[in-house]
Design a protein around this ligand. Structure first.
Ligand SMILES: [Zn+2]
Length: 298
């Protein structure tokens, strides 16, 4: 709609010619407001406005959710890598809108079995780790949300990191807060909630889900094929969240272990995750038989 103070109702808008959009050969209707004379078209309010390579959007959405790097996508489509960079932001925006709609739907059919965990990755260097807090619906396998937060380097790297990059603040609790705030309305009050034994978790569960049945499980040794997330035990009570983390590592290119693709900007990692979440929720969760209901044992 045109940027004017004029209130546009259906009566004051008339058709005003059309144009052929060159990039996808579609004919687009143009409109005019009879009161103020401003003109606009069927494309004005779309997220894709001014895009010149819209044809590649659906395929790019799938590739970026299937382990293909941004640079290789640019090569496959024969477009500039900066086009892909811009499209990452656009696809992320679109995916976030879809995810918001899904969460709204879930408020009517609440999650009764929620699992959450953190996945460690890095920004450029292992000296600058990032934590991705992830929550899933363990029964229907929807990914409810993910938040990226910076954490200080740990273990034998912490000393070196301090020397090279100075102190690094921990925003992990902020990230958990942001995630739980977003999904709190989709979780049933008496839901079962599961996680590993991370020391930060319990206070958040108490605050956001006071009546939930909260279980913490010891972390198990991982199997080699599962990207460090699938566990080497016959029965893993946290299978849903661990399997989702493994899916993330395998399909979001920059999360693969020992990859040479890295995140340069945590905001772009968040974008990429949001794209994958939308793809996973719309294409894989619920549709894939292997992924549907996982029984909880106590
Ligand atoms: Zn007007």
């Amino acid at each position: 709609m045109p940027k004017s103070s004029c209130y546009i109702d259906q009566k004051s808008v008339i058709k005003d010619g059309s144009f052929k959009r060159s990039c996808d050969s579609k004919t687009i209707q143009r409109f005019r407001c009879k009161n103020c004379g401003k003109r606009f078209s069927g494309a004005t309010l779309k997220l894709e406005i001014y895009q010149k390579k819209r044809r590649i959007n659906p395929q790019l959405f799938k590739l970026l959710s299937s382990g293909v790097s941004m640079r290789r996508s640019a090569q496959i489509f024969g477009v500039h890598r900066i086009t892909i960079k811009r499209k990452l932001k656009y696809l992320a925006l679109k995916s976030r809108l879809n995810q918001e709609a899904l969460l709204k739907k879930l408020e009517l059919s609440k999650v009764t079995n929620m699992q959450f965990d953190d996945l460690i990755t890095k920004e450029n260097s292992k000296l600058k780790p990032l934590s991705v807090t992830l929550a899933v619906d363990a029964n229907r396998r929807f990914i409810l949300g993910a938040e990226v937060s910076q954490i200080p380097a740990f273990g034998h790297l912490s000393e070196m990191a301090k020397i090279k990059y100075g102190p690094r603040k921990c925003h992990h609790k902020k990230g958990i807060n942001k995630l739980f705030k977003k999904i709190v309305n989709t979780i049933a009050t008496t839901a079962i909630v599961g996680s590993d034994e991370h020391r930060n978790y319990r206070e958040f569960i108490k605050h956001y889900f006071p009546r939930a049945d909260y279980y913490q499980f010891k972390s198990e040794r991982s199997s080699i094929a599962g990207q460090g997330e699938l566990k080497k035990v016959k029965f893993d009570p946290l299978f849903a969240i661990n399997h989702t983390c493994a899916m993330l590592r395998a399909n979001v290119n920059r999360l693969i272990r020992k990859t040479w693709c890295t995140t340069k900007d945590p905001a772009r990692l968040k974008d990429h995750l949001d794209i994958f979440i939308d793809y996973f929720n719309s294409e894989i969760a619920y549709k894939n038989r292997e992924l549907t209901p996982i029984k909880w044992s106590s």
